[in-house]
Design a protein around this ligand. Structure first.
Ligand code: ASP
Length: 317
């Protein structure tokens, strides 16, 4: 494959209501920038967009600060069930797992399923696949998540969603935080891919299915790629990732597609965020929630959205 395009990369670590204090902000920034630096240097060395997405998702899943892989939030019954998906835009192929337990990196299962005739597996099938792949059993539970669940249980599960962003004192003392993760990459060959991984909303009903392993939450074509975060039901109702990507694929600019889609989401009072790239190298992000934890590499610099107020719903570079 001939390399001819300036690679681009954008990642997120969730969306939410507050990122209080410098400690929280700087710690989250460091976590995101490390992933950007490492994955972007691999893109420059010639890895494909899908490989970059998998690498980035693994790193974010392994960071207990984020609600994916290690550090996933607990569901109402106190169990962790994770979901992840990968979409290779060049192949136009989506794969994923829904509500898998006891694996370290759910994105690895999504990667394996890219070449399977059955490409989206639910809980039981995902467990069987992990066994077939001989993935060692792994406990993704952290003490902080357990404490949060016990607290929520005492409050009789009043929260609609696990708090997405770590309070600064929690960041400082336990290195924990919250937020689904996602990666969208444009490689040196001009190909796009998107990946998303989550522990879910937190405290949800057993069997609840997240948007993260649906085209509503993660989608890519040859023209654009999007990964979403926020309340999964809102993302599904907007069919956000697929809607933005299809708009670009049908000829709208990424900027217009994001503006229109986030305008609609705002009107509909949704609570969500998304990151996006298109094949021309345009980078965009958007949110209706108060904050979006995203960082990107535009070929020259690393930037992030941590201090972006988002009055205009959508940002670009
Ligand atoms: N979208 C995820 C879900 O609802 C949660 C998140 O993005 O934080 O499962």
């Amino acid at each position: 494959m001939k390399s001819q395009v300036q690679p681009k990369l954008i990642i997120h670590g969730g969306a939410g209501s507050s990122l209080q204090g410098k400690g929280g902000l700087e710690a989250v920034r460091r976590s995101l920038h490390i992933v950007i630096e490492q994955v972007y240097s691999l893109l420059l060395c010639g890895i494909t967009a899908s490989e970059a997405v998998i690498q980035g998702c693994q790193m974010l899943e392994d960071n207990p600060r984020f609600n994916a892989g290690t550090g996933s939030v607990l569901q109402s019954d106190g169990q962790i069930r994770m979901s992840a998906s990968l979409m290779d835009g060049a192949l136009g192929r989506f794969s994923g797992v829904i509500n898998v337990s006891r694996v370290k990196n759910p994105i690895d299962l999504a990667q394996f399923l890219q070449n399977s005739p059955d490409r989206v597996l639910s809980d039981f099938g995902s467990a069987e696949l992990a066994r077939e792949m001989q993935i060692p059993s792994y406990n993704a539970l952290t003490d902080l998540r357990l404490q949060e669940w016990i607290q929520e249980r005492q409050d009789n599960f009043k929260s609609t969603m696990a708090n997405v962003i770590a309070e600064p004192e929690l960041v400082e003392t336990s290195n924990a935080g919250r937020g689904t993760i996602g990666v969208v990459a444009l490689d040196a060959y001009g190909k796009l891919a998107a990946g998303t991984s989550t522990g879910g909303k937190g405290f949800e009903r057993i069997g609840r299915v997240s948007d993260s392993a649906m085209p509503a939450g993660n989608y890519a074509t040859k023209e654009a790629g999007v990964s979403c975060t926020g309340i999964g039901e809102d993302i599904i109702d907007e069919c956000l990732a697929a809607k933005i990507v299809v708009r670009v694929t049908d000829g709208m600019s990424l900027k217009d597609a994001m503006q229109r889609s986030f305008g609609e989401a705002y009107q509909n009072k949704r609570d969500l965020g998304a990151i996006a790239l298109d094949a021309s190298g345009a980078i965009a992000w958007g949110k209706t929630s108060e904050i979006l934890l995203a960082a990107y590499h535009n070929g020259e610099n690393i930037g992030d959205t941590l201090e972006w107020t988002g009055d205009e719903l959508v940002g670009y570079c």
